[in-house]
Design a protein around this ligand. Sequence first.
Ligand code: C2E
Ligand code: MG
Ligand code: MG
Ligand code: MG
Length: 270
Amino acid sequence: EAKRNGRNRFEYFTEQMGELAAKRRMIENDLREAISCRQLKLYYQPITNNQHQHIIGYEALMRWHHPEKGMIMPMDFIPIAEETGLIHSLGAYALHEACREAASWQDGQSVAVNLSPMQFKNSALVSVVEAALKESGLAPHRLEVEITESVLLDNTSVNIDILQKLKALGVRIALDDFGTGYSSLSYLRSFPFDKIKIDKSFINDMKDSREALAIIRAITGMSRSLDIQITAEGVESNEQFERLKEEGCTLFQGYYFGRPQPSEDRLKEF
Ligand code: C2E
Ligand code: MG
Ligand code: MG
Ligand code: MG
């Protein structure tokens, strides 16, 4: 204890940084192995329309079943995968796996896969999507990709070109986490998105925050004139569901309808 008090704040700070760096290195090493050892698994969360329990598709969300640490959530490994470049193999894995599993679904539901902005830096992205569709036999209209607005922020024309090629394959494109980041409405003019997903923070805040509700209204109002579907993320109660319906949201996703589940458990909740 005396020893600890004797040290200055900077030493303490650098020690913490060292621990953080070590933790990152460990995750990085383990993640390499996780990809080859199939410890990464996609969980599927239902997306419903305004008829409450009518499922129109699923979002694929990555989970890491670590042999010692148990389940690790995306926020604890996706950023590291992005920093280290591992996101390219992880992303290709997600596309192949989601298409393969969705192709086996008897009910013909569609699947949405998250793409990292980093994946747009690799010119192979379009051919990876094409290969995933071809190998699985999944009809392209059953695949949706979710991107965030940062994809439109830099390398705009190159990235829009990639989005157009994906769309030409027949894949649908959704703009995820809308309302966070820069959220310029002009993004919606730069590419014909099929869907906009309102970030769950707005759904969470809408009851107590007039600003959150005003933003939800602005997005749904605009979507009506642009003919874009609006998904509300993070819907946790019937009260939120009813309110969001009134505000003009057309699609819904959240714990109220179902949690992310492995493919084999997908239909058990309903
Ligand atoms: P996202 O794409 O916005 O996904 C929605 C997140 O909200 C998911 O978190 C989901 O589990 C969570 N969620 C859904 N309903 C509710 C609810 O009612 N309440 C609350 N509090 N949360 C809800 P998750 O699975 O932890 O994923 C976090 C983020 O990690 C995702 O956000 C996505 O950006 C990223 N991610 C997940 N899987 C992948 C992947 O395969 N590739 C890439 N590049 N990113 C992924
Ligand atoms: Mg998403
Ligand atoms: Mg989202
Ligand atoms: Mg989100």
